[in-house]
Design a protein around this ligand. Structure first.
Ligand code: GLU
Length: 471
């Protein structure tokens, strides 16, 4: 929470600010802002011969499109306000990237590190059966996914519990996404959020006129980056930006503290070092510069807060020296810090745009599950043969022969991961350009968050209006 404003209230304030740039009727804006359904759950589990009451939530923010969609987080910070705020961000996220779902979110107030794997499985299965009982989960109702503190393992437990209770339902595998690939998941989902952050940043930095304003040259290559959080999103953002964007990672923050490596930090090696030693501190070629928030204040081109909410606040906002902030986490900047950063001319790529890669590939997984076949399976060989015939003709006409490597590249049909990544890339680029178009239509909008909210609001309002509820 930022000062006195709750997280949910701050999302509402952002929506109100954006709504002022539209002609959406006030009552409709109110309907879009509220959470439609809030489920509060309490259940006991046995820990070391004793009972512990577990507090959990599932919030369905908007039903303008179904199913509703959003992750489930396991964290001690979980409370109703946080889950409501995150569910609401999911609505705007899905609308922005044209993923046809309403927003939802779930949360269990636990620190997973304090429980054994068996206890976590019990908690996850019990939570799922509560959702089934209340009709809060299903391929056409509400489809959970991973979030902070959860991953493919938990999704597999959710699927198994759902299938045990809804035996024989033909589309049951689409009741949850982010599953292991062997359990009807999709290739590319695990790294999708980080990959999406990279595609969004690369698209933003491709526009010379915008980069010049912040004193940068066009293009992501060679730019410096600082990442807070080496969880799924942070580590994949860093790895992919380094490998595919030739970005120089110069600072990393984790629970144990921050490190600075002005000559560049090899993220793959750093992850292996942390696995071995349990810490990033002491990684060769880097200096320990302070606690988990110290790296946020480093001088860099791109800052990626990829941990939890409320990291850049009234306290440290004036000391942030980055030129671009990519909100890979949800809500890392508090509402009172936001205007300070905007006044400094920093470009903020808002959370519900820049971290939308996860839900985008979840959508592809859901489509795959409903179609009961792997993308590329039917057309892969057909495409390969067709391309091979074209290449052979070209060789025949020109009298030139291609190298084996070039021939392979030209004749390859798209595999599942190729198709997923290209769909994700297209989604992130298209959404960025929709935000840019909104700027063009509303020259008085000064920041990307407001422009992105305007974009989403117009789409959601359009849905309600065409349903005939709001003539
Ligand atoms: N938890 C992720 C998010 O906040 C992914 C949600 C999903 O895949 O449904 O966007």
């Amino acid at each position: 929470m930022s000062g006195k404003i709750s997280f949910f209230k701050s999302v509402e304030n952002y929506v109100d600010k954006a709504a002022a740039f539209t002609d959406i009727p006030k009552g409709l804006v109110e309907q879009i802002k509220v959470c439609n359904l809030v489920l509060q759950i309490r259940f006991p589990i046995r820990v070391d011969g004793n009972y512990q009451v577990i507090e959990a939530y599932r919030v369905q923010h908007s039903h303008h499109r179904l199913p509703t969609k959003g992750g489930i987080r396991y964290a001690e910070t979980v409370d109703q306000d946080e889950v409501m705020a995150l569910a609401s961000l999911m609505t705007f996220k899905c609308a922005l990237v044209d993923v046809p779902f309403g927003g939802a979110k779930g949360g269990i107030k636990i620190n997973p590190a304090n429980f054994s794997e068996e206890q976590l499985q019990n908690i996850t299965r019990r939570y799922t059966s509560e959702l089934v009982k209340k009709n809060f989960i299903g391929p056409g109702i509400d489809v959970p996914a991973p979030d902070y503190g959860t991953g493919p393992r938990e999704m597999a437990w959710i699927l198994d519990t759902y299938q045990a209770l809804r035996h024989g339902e033909v589309d049951s595998i689409a009741c949850v996404t982010g599953k292991p690939v062997t359990q009807n998941g999709i290739r590319g989902r695990a790294e999708a959020t980080g990959r999406g952050v990279f595609y969004g940043l690369r698209e933003c930095m491709r526009h010379e006129e915008d980069m010049v304003k912040i004193g940068l040259t066009k293009g992501i290559e060679g730019k410096t980056m600082v990442v807070q959080g080496l969880g799924n999103v942070g580590s994949n953002t860093a790895l992919i930006s380094q490998a595919e964007g030739h970005v120089k990672i110069i600072g990393i923050a984790e629970r144990e503290g921050s490190i600075h490596g002005p000559d560049g930090i090899d993220v793959e090696k750093l992850l292996a070092f942390r696995k071995e030693t349990g810490s990033i501190i002491g990684f060769p070629g880097t200096k320990h510069i302070g606690d988990a928030s110290a790296a946020l204040e480093l001088e860099c081109d791109i800052l990626v807060p990829a941990a939890l909410e409320n990291q850049i606040t009234l306290d440290n906002a004036s000391r942030i020296k980055a030129k671009i902030i990519a909100e890979a986490a949800n809500g890392p900047i508090t509402a009172d810090a936001d205007p300070i950063l905007i006044a400094k001319g920093i470009i903020i790529l808002p959370d519900f745009y820049i971290n939308a890669g996860g839900v985008t590939v979840s959508y592809f997984e859901w489509l795959k599950n409903l179609s009961h076949h792997r993308f590329g399976r039917l057309e892969n060989r057909f495409q390969h043969d067709a391309y091979r015939r074209i290449v052979m003709k070209v060789e025949e006409f020109t009298g030139k022969t291609l190298s084996d490597r070039d021939r392979d590249l030209l004749t390859r049909g798209g595999t599942e991961v190729d198709l997923v990544n290209s769909g994700l890339e297209d989604t992130m680029i298209t959404a960025y350009n929709q935000i840019k178009e909104t700027f063009r239509q509303h020259p008085d909008i000064k920041d990307m968050r407001t422009a992105a909210f305007v974009c989403s609001l117009k789409k959601i309002a359009g849905d309600y209006i065409s349903m005939g509820i709001f003539p």
